[in-house]
Ligand binder design. Structure first.
Ligand SMILES: NC(=O)c1ccc[n+]([C@@H]2O[C@H](COP(=O)([O-])OP(=O)(O)OC[C@H]3O[C@@H](n4cnc5c(N)ncnc54)[C@H](OP(=O)(O)O)[C@@H]3O)[C@@H](O)[C@H]2O)c1
Length: 294
């Protein structure tokens, strides 16, 4: 029996599904809609109750919202949805003609972005709305203030931030009030340890920490994680499981607050990843994994 993890007001399966590769990935290889839907359904079948998307996840700038629409389609087609399902999305990144990327933390932009996400997801309220990346031209506290207002108006149930440093976490906590900062989503994987300080802060403060690209990303890092960091392959062989499952079990063991969101295009990938919630590593194995990047 898998125990759940706390994500603000929600209890979710310890492993979420990162939906980004279904609409945007380094290989630019996309499943057709039926296969993408099947992958999201496989996640739900495996017990996953957190789906992470973003408005900007799309194969091209003029398909903005592609991934949110895909998630909505998959959920409509699933039938009876699991109790406690949480759909987390993000806003604050812009895309435009010529594949230009930008950031906009203005209240006008974010309010429009939330309305568009609500429409695409086909919901009255967004479960978890995350500020995708800081807009360095704006005061961090003021932008978080817009997220707080959206929450207080009932447009979003809970607020998270992404790509945030320790100072930004403190500012967000201050603006959102006690317990108001529900999650921090930062890059963290065997090859990317730089956000370990933020992970530790979240652990201490009772904030969920969602490692993004937790296996090393779609650019090859995730596929080759067992070759690049052989300890995960060795421990996997001892348990008869994939190196990827060991990576996720190790991340889960770092803190009760960690909820990794591995991406998947194939149904088999997320089915395998979700089972990391059942894989218990010994203290010695966890220490070997932690030492592998140093
Ligand atoms: N906040 C941000 O700025 C930010 C940035 C990037 C990503 N993210 C989030 O993080 C999520 C995950 O990141 P990501 O997709 O870039 O990287 P990732 O989770 O590290 O890697 C995804 C890749 O791993 C493969 N994979 C997954 N589980 C596997 C398993 N058990 N065995 C073998 N291969 C496995 C998948 O293969 P297949 O494709 O073949 O199934 C996929 O290509 C995204 O979906 C997104 O939600 C957030």
């Amino acid at each position: 029996m898998t125990t759940t993890r706390t994500l603000g007001p929600f209890q979710v399966h310890p492993v979420g599904l990162g939906c980004m590769p279904l609409s945007m990935n380094n290989d630019r290889q996309y499943p057709d809609e039926a296969d993408a839907v099947a992958t999201i359904h496989a996640a739900l079948d495996a017990g996953v109750t957190l789906l992470d998307t973003a408005d900007c996840y799309a194969p091209s700038w003029d398909a903005f919202g592609h991934n949110e629409s895909l998630v909505a389609t998959a959920l409509r087609q699933y039938g009876s949805l699991p109790e406690g399902l949480v759909v987390a999305t993000k806003g604050g990144i812009t895309r435009g003609p010529g594949e230009t990327w930008g950031r906009d933390g203005s209240p006008e932009y974010l309010r429009g972005a939330v309305e568009a996400s609500l429409r695409r997801l086909g919901v009255d309220v967004i479960d978890l709305y995350q500020w995708h990346r800081p807009d360095r031209e704006r005061d961090y506290a003021e932008v978080v203030g817009t997220f707080a207002a959206l929450r207080d108006e009932g447009k979003v149930r809970a607020v998270g931030i992404s790509n945030a440093n320790l100072e930004e976490i403190a500012v967000a906590q201050d603006v959102l009030g006690p317990g108001g900062l529900v999650s921090v989503q930062n890059e963290f994987s065997p090859r990317y340890r730089s956000s370990e300080d933020e992970l530790r802060r979240c652990d201490a403060e009772g904030i969920a920490f969602l490692p993004w690209s937790p296996l090393g990303g779609t650019g090859g890092g995730a596929r080759a994680v067992g070759e690049q960091f052989s300890v995960f392959a060795e421990i996997g062989a001892e348990h008869g499981v994939s190196p990827q499952r060991v990576v996720l079990a190790w991340e889960l063991a770092l803190s009760e607050r960690v909820i990794p969101i591995p991406g998947a295009r194939r149904a088999a990938s997320i089915a395998d990843s979700a089972a990391a919630a059942e894989l218990v590593l010994s203290e010695e194995e966890i220490a070997r994994c932690s030492a592998s990047g140093s």
